[in-house]
Design a protein around this ligand. Structure first.
Ligand code: SPV
Ligand code: MG
Length: 432
């Protein structure tokens, strides 16, 4: 009896999966692989059920002889283990980012005479509806909110990209690449930066854009995405206001707010000591964190304390003292910021913090020290890397140049070849 293998990477079974099983059954004994959580999240599919629940679901299906866990999206582990005679998959993986995976699997099984079977993908209304419902489920506050904590446990480093609108949110949500190790890769979530949110509104980053307006941006992004969101909460404002905002953010499904230990008129950290900025006292800021934690209703929401000592050149000892004090006050994570070109002070902070605290997540924003890789940061104990402003900085010069060129040419013909056709942009946008 031949062995037929197919990998499922879903929480919900629809007629497309049943069709695959039907085809598979015609070739031999059907083994279904359940893609592990850690690999599933790299393919833009976040599980809403556990590996055990998914395996039980697959086992219950007609035409399934055995279910195993697949812990490598490139199939190496299962192929080595069961040497399937056939690998069956929907033919949608012949295109897009998944193509490289298919090619890899084809090579692996060809080495011992195995064959690929590409079943025509089921593009039915019902399949579309099931996929859509799954996405909608993931966008619900209770699923989205807890996803950041889940990712911190699952990923060597959680990769967060800035989004300041529905469209940039969609870019963060949907951009998938064939990574260097042949595996698919993507961003894990979004950072709603005060700098980019303010800049997009043509305003300075001084807490002038108020919470109502920030919530509007959050909602715009949330309406069209499912990935977790970290809000740049500036100083958190008055403690009396912060406690209300914590509740609002939780209710909306935001996963974390990062507040910085500054007080008075906040200026962007990238200005450092070139402008007047006042750091809050350890006591006041600890009280703000503690009040926020007390106000919080869900278990998943995170309040992360951002330390500005290195930005304001107050020294490493001050940064560390604050980190331990803020953690003791209840902070769920520490963000350490620096505007040095070199990551040395960030590494030193992380190493020294980790000597005493191996558990509290560390967040960094490598805008200035941008030569550092995610892997190097992870070695020093960093859990979350935020790319805080790159999408906005990428778009702005191109928009400005385009405006200048149209003015110069008195028409749009000259710029047109450099622009993306609108039909390619709207491909990102889902229709109900
Ligand atoms: C932001 O993105 O608004 C930040 C990070 O707070 S930084 O601009 O580096 O201060
Ligand atoms: Mg900010």
């Amino acid at each position: 009896m031949k062995t037929v293998y197919t990998c499922f990477c879903t929480d919900v079974i629809h007629e497309g999966h049943r069709n695959i099983l039907k085809h598979a059954g015609e070739y031999g004994r059907v083994v279904v692989g359940c893609l592990s959580d850690k690999e599933m999240i790299r393919c833009t599919k976040f599980p809403t059920t556990s590996e055990e629940e998914r395996m039980a679901l697959y086992r219950s299906l007609e035409g399934v002889d055995e279910v195993i866990l697949q812990d490598n999206m490139l199939y190496d582990d299962v192929i080595e283990k069961i040497h399937p005679d056939y690998v069956v998959h929907g033919d949608n993986w012949k295109e897009g980012a998944e193509r490289a995976v298919r090619e890899h699997v084809e090579q692996l099984i060809a080495s011992y005479g195995g064959q690929m079977i590409d079943v025509p993908y089921t593009y039915s209304e019902n399949v579309k509806k099931v996929d859509q419902r799954l996405r909608e489920k993931l966008s619900m506050p209770e699923y989205r909110r807890k996803r950041l904590r889940q990712l911190i446990d699952m990923r060597p480093v959680v990769k967060i990209m800035e989004a300041h609108s529905g469209l940039t949110g969609l870019i963060v949500e949907k951009t998938v690449i064939d990574g260097d190790n042949g595996k698919l890769d993507q961003f894990d979530g979004m950072w709603v930066s005060s700098l980019c949110d303010s800049t997009d509104k043509g305003k300075p980053d001084i807490e002038l854009v108020d919470m109502t307006s920030r919530l509007r941006t959050i909602d715009d992004i949330m309406e069209v995405t499912t990935k977790p969101m970290i809000l740049d909460g500036d100083t958190g404002g008055l403690t009396e206001h912060f406690v209300y905002n914590v509740r609002t953010l939780e209710r909306m499904g935001v996963s974390a707010v990062i507040i910085e230990d500054k007080t008075g008129l906040k200026k962007n950290s990238l200005f450092g000591t070139e402008v007047v900025q006042t750091q809050d006292s350890i006591q006041n800021f600890s009280a703000k964190i503690a009040a926020g934690k007390k106000a919080q209703l869900s278990d998943d929401f995170m309040i992360i304390a951002r330390i500005e000592s290195l930005i304001l050149e107050r020294g490493m000892e001050d940064a560390l003292e604050r980190a331990f004090a803020f953690t003791a006050a209840g902070a769920d994570g520490i963000m350490i910021h620096s505007r040095k070109k070199d990551p040395a002070e960030i590494f030193e902070f992380c190493d020294r913090f980790r000597r005493k605290d191996q558990r509290t997540p560390i967040v960094v924003v490598p805008t200035s020290f941008n030569q550092v890789t995610e892997e190097e940061l992870a070695v020093h104990g960093v859990n979350i890397v935020i790319y805080a402003n790159q999408l906005m900085r990428a778009a702005f010069p191109v928009m400005q140049k385009t405006a200048e060129e149209i003015l110069k040419s008195h028409r749009a013909k000259e710029v047109d070849a450099k622009l993306m056709p609108f039909k390619d942009i709207i491909r990102l946008i889902d229709e109900l």
